[in-house]
Design a protein around this ligand. Structure first.
Ligand code: NAI
Length: 775
């Protein structure tokens, strides 16, 4: 092509990035890698090849980690952990800073290696993945420095097992490794089998940084190695990957008291209102869906466009798709690279080929040889269509239209996922009206796919739980330095024995703001310590739990109520309890045989504490390095189920209701199994305290049965077990169904440490809202 022809066609010439340095690095290792354990590479063992998906070229042989390898890595990490944790924050900060600097020094090598192994365009790995990974280590060098003074009440967990996917190999490593190390944990990481190379290069730079042996370890391998790590003696598990595997991990760890962070799949809505800056919204979409071959878990892969602009928007989008350059990912002028592996390519191809709905558009480009899939747009799909609901994880955008903002919100939330959401509108009122109503852990306003170490990232619903990034990310890698005093582990409740009594007409529960008879038609006799009959409570059943959850689910107004109102109502509850303090103290005495006065006093004080917190748990404005701010907002989890402690029946009940209600949740509380009568007295307090119907529901009955129904219920978002450690494993196993959050805690509720931030954190989800701000 001569110069005038080039000016005529404006065609791009090839601009390949050199792979020489990366190839030399592979050759230095004879293209064979062992694991990285206790500061050194192990001998390469039997495994599998890792290939360049763009051309199928063999890159290196990766070892398949066995149970023995995992055990050795965990042992090394365990040995190194106390010394690592004993360093000063400043000493750890210097190591993290050294890692950040080395990531910068070797940035080009990392970028090229990432592109060779994963297939994403060099522009993406060079300008997004690697700089963000560096930023994570810089940010967490600062966190290590500040943690001792800013988080003096937090201690490391120990050894963290971390399992990551293939779509952002080095970045996912950075997200997980940097906060873990900053807080004094040591790490065993399992990279994805398709993309282990940058992790292995990172292992090498930990040697260059002089990181003590055993602080960071890698075991490579496939899902079986991941499973071995899940089964190993780790103190924390952090996983990013598919919802199916996340669910298995939840089940496999049930009852093991291992803190979990699960970052799972998504089908994130991308909402474009008719007053949006259309060209920017088109560009955002191109970036989110096509520059990364759609292999971004939080990408706005579900386009919802307002009817009036749908044709214009789709036309502009198609024109942009026509101009996308697909090809050698190492070419700096390439927009769309290769799909990571033939297996993933087949999944995408089949999903699109099997779709019979809507209209499919693909530009008329000839695809290069290798693992490539064309940018694809499918318009006119019904909201319930399979491709609108299921994750494709490829360069395929699905689209449907809406008429009103309310319809947009309903469509956006019509998914089992809740990872991220994007919305475009030039009307600030509309944008800020819609953002809080989107069920997602992250919301981007007039922008998309923005990430930063300072801003929390993570999902709700079946997109998992836990946040990575920011101060909140550090909570996931630490525990209270002085945990609340443990209470006496209650003996499993034996009950009064024998079948439940026929219904005593006084036996009521509290559902939807009214006293209600149990559906079972049975009641349970409650006796005092000397065997005297004190009364009856309803024997709650599956149906009662369902009714209570339904009432709670309907009371959505509570989540939107002002913090001031919630505070007032909690103060009012305390006041009404105080007015009847003697009566409650006598009841406690009759039930337990112990004086109840101090428990009533502690319960009043606890309600005051949560009334106080209702309007004081601040969010934060995160200083992200771009023109905007990321607001970290404390949102309620939704519907919380709580099995209350038998140790202090009244205090245990208010210790569950208090934080849940203060933070805007609705609760289905099951009062302590041996002393439920205390709750039936509490109904009148609820009646007279202006608690809106459905916000607090109380179901009495055998906890094992009630726990089962609550943990299996899809509309329960979080389940708290303060009742018995025996219930933890079955609850956590069943909670995998809708990936609800769980909390199992058996403290001495009289310890003031139990009314602090731990419970408030359990009662909230952080939603990060990115908004343009500043110049
Ligand atoms: P995957 O869930 O199959 O694999 C993820 C990692 O888990 C890999 O390292 C794999 O070897 C390991 N693994 C597989 N089976 C395992 C088991 N039984 N026990 C323990 N570990 C196991 O997901 P894949 O295909 O690698 O990644 C794509 C998926 O990940 C997509 O569905 C995507 O939505 C999700 N993803 C989510 C992200 C998020 O931040 N929420 C980020 C990136 C991907």
């Amino acid at each position: 092509m001569n110069v005038p022809e080039i000016f005529d066609s404006l065609a791009y010439g090839p601009a390949p990035e050199s792979a020489a340095e990366a190839q030399a690095w592979l050759e230095k290792h004879k293209a064979k890698f062992g694991h990285f354990i206790d500061g050194a590479f192990t001998k390469p063992a039997k495994g599998f090849p890792t290939k360049n998906p763009a051309n199928g070229a063999h890159l290196a042989a990766i070892s398949q980690g066995t149970d023995k390898d995992v055990t050795a890595a965990v042992k090394a990490a365990r040995k190194a952990q106390p010394k690592w944790a004993a360093l000063t924050g400043h000493q750890r900060a210097r190591y993290l800073y050294a890692l950040a600097r080395l990531l910068q020094k070797h940035a080009r090598l990392f970028a090229v290696l990432e592109t060779l192994d994963n297939g994403k365009p060099i522009r993406e790995s060079r300008d997004i993945d690697i700089p963000l990974a560096q930023r994570h280590f810089y940010y967490h060098a600062g966190m290590a420095q500040l943690a001792p003074t800013e988080l003096p009440d937090r201690a490391p967990l120990g050894v963290a097992g971390q399992i990551i996917p293939w779509n952002f190999p080095l970045l996912m490593l950075a997200w997980k490794v940097a906060p873990a190390l900053a807080m004094g944990n040591t790490v065993v990481l399992k990279p994805a089998e398709y993309t282990s190379l940058t992790a292995l290069l990172f292992a090498e730079i930990t040697q260059e940084a002089g990181l003590p042996a055993g602080v960071f370890n890698i075991v490579t391998g496939d899902g079986a190695t991941g499973e071995a790590l899940v089964g190993a003696e780790v103190d924390k598990l952090a996983f990013t990957g598919s919802t199916a595997v996340g669910r298995r991990i939840r089940e496999a760890t049930a009852g093991r008291s291992i803190p979990l962070t699960l970052e799972l799949g998504g089908k994130s809505p991308y909402i474009v209102f008719e007053d949006a800056d259309i060209d920017s919204a088109v560009e955002g979409l191109v970036d989110a869906i096509w520059f990364n071959q759609g292999q971004v878990c939080c990408a706005g892969s579900r386009l919802l466009v307002q009817e009036g602009i749908a044709d214009t928007f789709h036309t502009k989008l198609k024109a942009r798709m026509d101009g996308l350059r697909i090809g050698d990912p190492l070419d700096k002028c390439i927009d769309v690279g290769a799909i990571v592996d033939p297996a993933q390519l087949k999944t995408i191809t089949d999903m699109v080929a099997n779709n019979t709905e809507g209209e499919t558009y693909q530009p008329a480009t000839t695809l290069p040889e290798g693992c490539f899939y064309p940018p694809t747009l499918i318009t006119g799909l019904a909201p319930s269509a399979r491709l609108m609901q299921e994750e494709i994880f490829g360069p395929v955008l699905v689209s449907c239209t809406f008429r009103t903002p309310e319809e947009a919100i309903a469509l956006a939330n019509n998914t089992r996922y809740g990872l991220a959401a994007t919305l475009w509108s030039e009307n600030i009122n509309l944008a800020l009206h819609v953002a809080p109503q989107l069920a997602a852990g992250v919301v981007w306003v007039n922008g998309t796919n923005m990430f930063d170490a300072a801003a929390g990232f993570g999902g709700v619903r079946e997109s998992g739980f836990g946040r990575e990034g920011g101060w909140e990310g550090l909570l996931a890698y630490s525990r209270p330095a002085k945990p609340a005093k443990p209470g006496k582990t209650p003996a499993p409740f034996e009950g009064d024995g024998g079948p439940a009594d026929p219904l005593d007409r006084t036996a009521k529960m509290f559902i939807g703001g009214k006293q209600a008879r149990p559906d079972s038609g049975y009641s349970t006799a409650i006796h005092g310590p000397k065997g005297d009959l004190l009364g009856h409570v309803g024997t709650g059943s599956r149906k009662d739990i369902r009714n209570a959850v339904e009432a709670a689910a309907k009371a959505t107004g509570w989540a939107k109520s002002s913090a001031h109102l919630r505070a007032q109502i909690l103060f009012y509850l305390a006041e009404n309890l105080s007015a009847r303090a003697d009566e409650f103290a006598n009841r406690i005495k009759a039930l337990t045989g112990k004086s109840g006065a101090s428990e009533v006093e502690a319960s009043i004080s606890r309600l005051f504490a949560y009334a106080a917190w209702a309007d004081k748990l601040d969010g934060a404005a995160k200083p992200v390095p771009m023109r905007g701010t990321a607001l970290a907002l404390n949102e309620p989890c939704g519907v919380i189920g709580a099995l209350c402690s038998p140790a202090q029946p009244l205090l245990g009940l208010v210790s569950a209701i208090g934080p849940a209600v203060a933070m805007g949740n609705r609760i289905v509380a099951c009062p302590s199994e041996p002393f439920p009568l205390i709750a039936t007295d509490f109904y009148q307090i609820l009646d007279t305290s202006d608690v809106p119907p459905g916000v607090v529901n109380i179901v009495t009955g055998p906890h094992a049965d009630l726990a089962k129904t609550l943990s299996e219920h899809m509309e329960v978002d979080s389940l708290w077990n303060f009742s018995s450690p025996d219930l933890t494993a079955p609850i956590e196993k069943a909670a995998a169904g809708n990936l609800k959050r769980t909390l199992s805690l058996f403290p001495d509720w009289t310890d003031p440490a139990t009314e602090g931030r731990e419970m408030l954190a359990a009662a909230t989800e952080i939603k990060t809202v990115w908004i343009p701000y500043g110049v």
